[in-house]
Design a protein around this ligand. Structure first.
Ligand code: SF4
Ligand code: SF4
Length: 339
């Protein structure tokens, strides 16, 4: 098993305890944050394990990249805490395991990793994705979602095989060199989680928005400005790659879309609620969705833009009810190209 790189001394010198004082789902002042954090580090009983909703955000809040969220997940697992009912957790572990259906095929660049979303491969079409190859399915599923269940061991055990599977897709000598990750979760896995656990990733990954931005720049003369006001639903796994958020602004600028200023965006983004539902925190689920949607509405957004399909499936109906149109980022870009 790969070991987490967490350095206690970094927390000793920390003055802010941002990992907890900025948490939007538990309330800590600096003193309480220090006390609870050190109980967590020492492996003592603490309020973080049961209060954490696994939103990933403290991985972004920590100014020293000391992996506070990954440590919480380690402690959840070590103490036998389950964030969701065990049968639900087990059914997910079984449902998401590699099915061994991988067939070697010649892939041409650009290669889009569609994670475990075969139902969305139809959206990879048109000029934006001209000549693109797709890899998709259980055999290349990053398995990072098990952090939401308080289990890092499943990701830890499965990821090396997933990396091997991705490499085996390519017929030698055309080894896999770069992979465009459709889902933030895959990009976060290969760039952030793997690094935190010292796991080598033998290929380069490109964030989906980085790819979209470049393609749109190339197709600039075909773009029709959409002239829309949109709210962006930032997904939890983007906390592992906050440097990619600038591509959202870049894309919106290219297609003539205004990202409305609102309370719950960027570092202050709220969970879509999906994980709260899975964890059966129904009151928190209702409250979080209400705060998020009220904020979208009062900011004047007519559309809510998603990159994560899970966020889309969780929030789409609720935003529609208040008259906001839910749309995936790639579909929005295709609209700007009149496709
Ligand atoms: S994990 Fe980061 S933010 Fe939290 S106490 Fe340690 S150094 Fe500070
Ligand atoms: S993962 Fe989210 S809910 Fe859990 S401690 Fe970090 S910021 Fe708070």
């Amino acid at each position: 098993m790969y070991q987490l790189k967490f350095t206690e001394d970094v927390c000793v010198k920390c003055e802010t305890y941002d990992c907890l004082t900025k948490c939007q789902y538990m309330k800590f002042d600096l003193q309480k944050a220090k006390e609870e954090k050190w109980k967590l580090i020492r492996g003592e009983d603490n309020s973080i394990i049961k209060g954490c909703i696994t939103c990933y955000a403290c991985e972004e809040y920590c100014p020293y990249n000391n992996h506070p969220f990954y440590l919480i997940v380690e402690r959840m697992e070590k103490t036998g805490y389950h964030t969701a009912p065990k049968p639900l957790e087990q059914s997910q572990i079984i449902a998401m395991e590699a099915k061994g259906r991988i067939k070697q095929k010649k892939l041409k660049d650009p290669v889009i990793n569609m994670c475990y979303f075969p139902m969305l491969t139809g959206s990879i079409k048109g000029e934006l994705f001209k000549d693109a190859s797709i890899v998709v399915g259980s055999d290349i599923f990053c398995n990072l979602m098990f952090l939401h269940f308080g289990r890092q061991s499943t990701t830890n055990e499965r990821l090396p095989k997933v990396i091997d599977n991705l490499m085996s897709y390519y017929v030698k000598p055309n080894n896999l060199k770069s992979l465009i990750c459709y889902h933030d979760e895959c990009f976060g896995t290969y760039n952030h989680w793997a690094d935190a656990y010292g796991m080598e990733v033998p290929f380069k990954t490109i964030h989906f928005f980085d790819y979209l931005y470049d393609r749109l720049v190339g197709l600039k003369s075909d773009i029709k400005s959409l002239n829309l006001k949109v709210a962006y639903q930032r997904p939890c796994s983007n906390r592992l790659c906050p440097e990619t958020d600038k591509f959202v602004d870049g894309i919106f600028q290219l297609i003539g879309v205004e990202r409305v200023k609102r309370k719950y965006d960027r570092e202050n983004a709220l969970c879509c609620g999906g994980i709260l539902e899975v964890q059966q925190r129904f009151e928190q689920f209702k409250e979080t969705q209400k705060n998020n949607i009220d904020d979208m509405k009062s900011s004047g957004a007519t559309h809510c833009v998603f990159n994560c399909p899970f966020c889309f499936w969780t929030l789409a109906k609720s935003v529609k009810k208040v008259g906001i149109i839910p749309i995936m980022m790639s579909d929005l870009c295709q609209q700007a190209l009149a496709e």
